[in-house]
Design a protein around this ligand. Structure first.
Ligand SMILES: CC(C)(COP(=O)(O)OP(=O)(O)OC[C@H]1O[C@@H](n2cnc3c(N)ncnc32)[C@H](O)[C@@H]1OP(=O)(O)O)[C@@H](O)C(=O)NCCC(=O)NCCS
Length: 190
């Protein structure tokens, strides 16, 4: 983790800094979440506009169950990527990745960069596979994750409730970390 903080260039110009998230970033995470438009908030896995939810996130980081990288511009936090390890024995080599880039910074390669950095972290943690979960309505995110090499491996009907309480189908996309896989030959067609 000596690699951070690290300056990275964005597509089309500009530079941002990527840092490892720690307790001192709680306020910046909350600010970021509270600036997200309703449409993005609708699909958040947990409500990170709430201080107690951000506190749980920080505690997971401090416990070593999650590692988050965040990108900052001169004003504040503009996006993050997290890898979360489930400590259950049979999923201990699986990491769940979450990536969120602020609207103003999308399409500039930041999601790709944060994901690639999180892959390096996952390799260091000796994880075998990364999963990314999103609802079937999040077509843009699915397209972006496909471009990043993920495949849709499972579709769970009515599996999650959005912020408004509406049930949504959950798409689980995966990517091998090591190259080895015994996954299905044919990815699930969505
Ligand atoms: C998904 C997300 C992280 C992508 O971040 P981003 O910074 O805009 O992505 P990048 O600019 O690095 O693009 C990565 C690739 O995806 C493609 N892409 C990005 N957004 C896309 C979209 N809406 N539709 C199609 N392709 C898209 C890019 O063209 C790029 O492909 P390329 O490198 O082959 O050109 C961002 O849209 C986001 O934060 N969404 C909301 C949160 C979310 O749904 N996260 C997924 C669940 S974990």
């Amino acid at each position: 983790m000596d690699n951070y903080p690290k300056k990275v260039a964005l597509d089309g110009g500009g530079e941002v800094e990527i840092r490892i998230v720690g307790r001192t970033d709680s306020a910046a995470l909350l600010d970021f979440a509270r600036q997200l438009p309703e449409e993005d908030l609708l699909f958040l896995r947990t409500d990170i506009t709430q201080p107690d939810v951000v506190e749980q996130w920080i505690q997971q980081i401090e416990a070593g169950d999650s590692l988050s990288l965040a990108a900052f511009d001169a004003i504040g936090l503009i996006g993050y990527a997290t890898v979360h390890r489930n400590s259950a024995r049979w999923t201990r080599k699986i990491g769940e990745i979450r990536v969120n880039v602020g609207r103003g910074y999308r399409g500039k390669g930041l999601g790709r960069r944060l994901t690639s950095e999180i892959f390096d972290v996952a390799r260091g943690l000796e994880l075998r596979k990364l999963t990314a979960s999103m609802t079937s309505d999040q077509k843009g995110a699915q397209a972006a994750f496909r471009r990043l090499g993920f495949i849709a491996e499972a579709l769970l009907a009515d599996y999650v409730d959005d912020r408004n309480g509406t049930p949504r189908d959950l798409v689980i996309m995966t990517h091998d970390v090591t190259g080895h896989s015994d996954t299905l030959d044919e990815p699930v067609k969505l």
